[in-house]
Design a protein around this ligand. Structure first.
Ligand code: SF4
Length: 247
């Protein structure tokens, strides 16, 4: 059987399972595990889960992708996550907030103290600055979607560890697939490096659109960096103007 037929068959199965799920009112489907189920040993299946999802989703239409994943479904799958040690020190898991149909998604690094207290993304001083940037773009927070690579606060706001990113990132990938935005704005070095799999400093990659699995990704400075370096605000403003031109 051709690979295209395979994918169409898998999508057909998934849509059928989703319909059953809706009519039965219970969780009868895990789209990611279904996508990676055929003919793969268990270890490799888990390892390749993210790659399989993106590969298959990349060949599906936007409508197909939205049918397969929903934000509430991703949130439900994440649950009261204990997949990495950050679960032991967090107060609240910070999933993300905003429009489930946002054309623009902001992705930061991880929750800080205030976000951990409130269970909401970007609500501290840096978050207030991000809200001002969004306002200046002529948008409201509820028009966009805001989330982080990590859903739990690293103690003392230390840098995320590679293992934590590896464990948590698949849920970000699913959030992005569920929302299906036109543009992703990566805030700061960690978000940009993680999404683009690049070691290049943010100063070299900001201000230009990069490809992220068929979507435009604009890296720019994190609002927390702007609080320490107000001169960089004009660079961020240049970057968001490029986003505004497309929106
Ligand atoms: S950071 Fe992510 S993987 Fe780790 S416990 Fe929180 S939600 Fe789970």
């Amino acid at each position: 059987m051709e690979r295209g037929d395979d994918i169409r068959g898998e999508l057909r199965d998934l849509v059928t399972a989703l319909k059953n799920h809706i009519s039965n009112g219970r969780d009868s489907i895990n789209p990611v595990s279904r996508l990676s189920m055929k003919g793969e040993p268990t270890g490799r299946r888990e390892e390749n889960e993210r790659g399989n999802l993106l590969k298959t989703m990349g060949k599906a239409t936007a409508r197909d992708r939205r049918t397969l994943l929903t934000l509430p479904g991703v949130r439900e799958e994440l649950g009261e996550c204990t997949r990495c040690p950050l679960s032991r020190t967090r107060k609240n898991l910070v999933f993300g907030e905003g429009s489930a149909r946002a054309r623009l998604v902001f992705v930061g690094e991880a929750p800080g103290e205030e976000e951990d207290n409130q269970g909401r993304p970007f609500v501290g001083r840096a978050g207030q600055l991000l809200t001002k940037i969004i306002d200046a773009m002529g948008l409201k927070r509820q028009d966009v979607y805001i989330c982080n690579i990590l859903k739990c606060r690293p103690p003392g706001n230390r840098n995320p560890k590679e293992e934590e990113i590896k464990t948590c990132e698949p849920f970000l990938v699913k959030q992005l697939e569920a929302i299906d935005p036109e543009i992703i704005c990566a805030l700061g070095t960690f978000a940009a490096k993680t999404l683009l799999r690049a070691e290049t400093p943010i100063s070299s990659i900001r201000g230009k659109f990069h490809d992220y699995h068929g979507r435009k990704l604009m890296p720019t400075y994190h609002p927390a960096y702007l609080l320490r370096n107000p001169d960089a605000k004009k660079l961020v403003w240049e970057d968001v103007q490029k986003i505004m031109k497309i929106l």
